[in-house]
Design a protein around this ligand. Sequence first.
Ligand code: HEC
Length: 188
Amino acid sequence: MVLIPGGKTTVLVCCGLVVALAVLVAAQQPPPARGAASGVSVERGKYLVTVQDCNGCHTPFKNGEPDMTLMLSGHPQSVRVTSRPALPAGFSTAINDTNTAWAGPWGVSFTTNLTPDPETGIGRWNEKTFMNAIRLGKKLGVGRALLPPMPWKMYANLTDDDLRSVFAYLKTIPAIANRVPNPIPPAK
Ligand code: HEC
């Protein structure tokens, strides 16, 4: 701010002009994409997958810990779950030993294979499929609504570049062929 001799009024007018100009410039910007562009990074994707605990659900558990030899391969096809278990009064959800089959009012959901296997994982997905699955909460980005407990509503808030980074990282992990079963609908 340049101090103009001659009184406060001039200074105030100057300030007003600067603010008006700033508002005008801001109004001309295109609407922001989600989050500032920070670039796509496999390293960041790995970090985000770790701290958002994708392994806590998508990696089968062994002895109470995610079995990292089966990293992110989803509910093991060899572990058969055929119906929603009966739950004690006052309880709504049950999880199986591998932490990958989740029973609740929605029936039973199975965590999906997030490895780059082309037949049973995300090997044939493109970035758009992944972004839409997370942002819209839809199977393969276009299908039925994703079931609980997939926390897509939280992950939908990730910036575009963070989501891209997660996808880029998932494409680099070892591919594991594992066909996850379809969900079991709730009993009528
Ligand atoms: C609390 C458990 C849980 C966590 C944590 C979790 N998921 Fe999921 N996720 C699921 C379940 C269950 C499904 C299957 C839902 C269904 O079949 O409708 C799923 C489905 C998905 C799908 C949809 C797959 C498809 O075939 O359309 C994607 C993509 C996905 N998860 C990615 C992730 C990523 C990436 C993370 C970590 C950032 C993550 N999930 C964390 C439980 C979880």
